[in-house]
Design a protein around this ligand. Structure first.
Ligand SMILES: C[S@@+](CC[C@H](N)C(=O)[O-])C[C@H]1O[C@@H](n2cnc3c(N)ncnc32)[C@H](O)[C@@H]1O
Length: 272
């Protein structure tokens, strides 16, 4: 399993990343046009839709949701209070309900929401299949669940670095998890920032599916493996420290690369 694809590690990673997430990190990887294209799949076609945004963080994707849906109907859930604290400062998100919680164990009754959205969070989930089964459980029959996440890199160095850091699933894995959770009418689009120009390897996927019938997901899973509040034994401390430090360094490589490629792409556009 990847270094930061663990709940406690991701929690502490975002303790620090949240300090610069909106200004220095997110804009290079996930922008407004990608968000608009991906959210199309969620069919946010009524203002009164009940929507949950899981791994909502500081609310960049939620800001796209509240352009189409009343903020009072939107619930933001994240395991990081530091990320939700940043969301709290945004006036457009003032009326959204904000909850600390786990994507793999959602604190909502079955058949609650019309839409489930999660952007850029699957990378950190130790059991993506469990979280996708939870997405299925909490939406109403006929509801739509949309997940946006990165795709496995083909370039061997990029693949090694990204896989060291966190989960970059294949296209087939996303589809399999959706099918096994019980979703029907599965749709996909591929999104990327302007600086990413590798046509042989898609950057990120937005995948959506419809819940065909009321109730829980038909998939049966073993008990949950991780909890952010789990007790820290000496062995767990050791594993945590190693994963956190090495995982953070591996993750940090991506930021200057994306900044450089963004600048390069902007200069190329100016010269044209
Ligand atoms: C890259 S940020 C994405 C934030 C937001 N969706 C956006 O569009 O900017 C990933 C978020 O997932 C959250 N996260 C990671 N693991 C989680 C889990 N198991 N349950 C809930 N949130 C989680 C992190 O705390 C972080 O805020």
């Amino acid at each position: 399993m990847r270094l930061i694809q663990h709940k406690k590690e991701a929690y502490w990673f975002y303790r620090f990343v949240s300090l610069g997430y909106d200004d220095y990190i997110n804009p290079f990887f996930w922008n407004e046009s990608m968000r608009a294209e991906a959210l199309e799949l969620a069919q946010l076609d009524r203002q009164d839709l009940q929507v949950v945004d899981v791994g909502a963080g500081s609310g960049f994707t939620t800001e796209g949701i509240v352009e189409k849906v009343n903020a009072q109907s939107v619930t933001m859930l994240d395991q990081s209070p530091h990320q939700l604290g940043n969301a709290n400062k945004k006036s457009a998100l003032h009326d959204c309900q904000k909850l600390q919680g786990d994507a793999e164990d959602l604190p909502f009754p079955t058949d609650t929401f019309d839409r489930y959205v999660s952007a850029g969070s699957i990378e950190y989930w130790p059991e993506p299949q469990r979280a996708i089964a939870e997405a299925y459980r909490v939406i109403k029959p006929g509801g739509i669940a949309l997940i946006i996440g990165p795709l496995q890199r083909r370039n061997s160095l990029a693949r090694w670095l990204s896989n060291t850091w966190m989960l970059f699933p294949t296209d087939d894995e996303y589809t399999r998890w959706y099918k096994q959770a019980g979703f029907s009418n599965i749709q996909k689009v591929y999104v990327a920032p302007n600086w990413y120009q590798d046509e042989t390897n898609q950057y990120a996927i937005a995948i959506a599916g419809v819940k065909p019938a009321a109730g829980e997901s038909p998939i049966k899973l073993e008990p949950k493996q991780e909890d952010v509040g789990e007790a820290m034994t000496p062995a767990r401390w050791l594993a945590f420290s190693y994963r956190f430090v090495v995982g953070t360094v591996a993750g940090a490589f991506f930021v200057p690369i994306a900044m450089y490629r963004t600048l390069q792409e902007k200069l190329q556009r100016l010269r044209r």
